[in-house]
Design a protein around this ligand. Structure first.
Ligand code: ADP
Ligand code: MG
Length: 261
């Protein structure tokens, strides 16, 4: 029942790295036009979840279904990308010596044309319009001619989001976008992701609880490769198990040191 209307659906997914289970019988689904936030301590399996969806890592068991009924398990990474799964990695991979415009232009050509066309063609007026619109969306319209290398860390992240957007993803995967950003950049990133959610489904992995509160969407808490709980920000923050995994270690350390005295 739950898979009806979902853009991505993982059922009973287990990922095994030489005996270590990074995901354990994971059940996870996201609806069309949903902005889902996934949080969890280091090593919880958050990046592995994105690796499974994008096809980089293959589970040993379970189902991964995209859209109505496309089984992603047998597909390779580029095939999954072509279906409309766009991924923004943790570290920016923009071409630093090219301008903002050139980076976006290149990304659009890559998505729509072959390698030969990529080298020689110019963009159609419609495509130029699309690049402009994307620059507006990511807040870099004023920096079209600036080399990506001179952008701030936050601006580079937005540029890369723009490059992924030009591939027209149905589902956008974003891994820890605000790590290393200033407070203002973090807030702007939150606004950007919210504005994208009416046209794309988005899964955003995040660590920063302030940012998670700002997004105020459904949150999935991963722990040891499985879903610990899911719900509103208020709900997950009030869950004692979430408090335990985020604050438990600190508490344990105190108790251990107290017991030693
Ligand atoms: P998170 O993103 O939540 O911090 P990851 O999904 O990156 O966690 O990793 C989950 C666990 O799987 C970690 O313990 C990590 O060390 C392990 N892991 C991730 N990728 C590999 C790999 N390619 N080989 C072996 N272990 C891995
Ligand atoms: Mg990670």
């Amino acid at each position: 029942m739950t898979e009806r209307g979902s853009i991505i659906y993982l059922e009973d997914v287990t990922v095994d790295f030489d005996g270590f289970k990074a995901l354990r019988n994971l059940n996870f689904f996201v609806d069309y036009h949903e902005l889902r936030v996934v949080i969890g301590p280091n090593g919880a399996g958050k990046t592995t979840l994105l690796d499974v969806i994008s096809g980089k890592v293959k589970p040993v068991s379970g189902r991964v279904v995209f859209g109505k009924d496309t089984d992603l398990i047998p597909l390779r990474e580029h095939e999954i990308a072509t279906l409309g799964v766009g991924r923004k990695f943790q570290t920016p991979t923009v071409y630093t010596n090219l301008t903002v415009w050139e980076n976006l232009d290149l990304s659009l050509r890559r998505s729509s044309k072959g390698v030969f066309a990529t080298l020689v063609s110019t963009l159609t007026p419609a495509e130029v319009g699309k690049v402009f619109a994307t620059m507006e969306t990511i807040g870099l319209a004023e920096k079209a001619g600036v080399p990506a290398g001179s952008l701030s860390h936050g601006e580079k992240q937005w540029l890369e989001i723009g490059m992924v957007l030009l591939q027209d993803p149905v589902l956008l995967l974003v891994d820890e976008p605000v790590a290393g950003m200033t407070d203002q950049e973090t807030e702007q990133t939150g606004q950007l992701l919210q504005s994208l959610a009416d046209r794309h489904s988005i899964i955003v992995i995040e660590h920063d609880m302030e940012f998670v509160r700002q997004l105020a969407r459904t949150v999935t808490v991963l722990h040891e490769g499985t879903v610990l709980c899911e719900g509103s920000v208020e709900k997950i923050q009030a869950d004692p198990r979430v408090v335990e995994i985020y604050l438990g270690r600190q508490k344990e350390q105190k108790e251990t040191s107290a017991a030693a005295h």
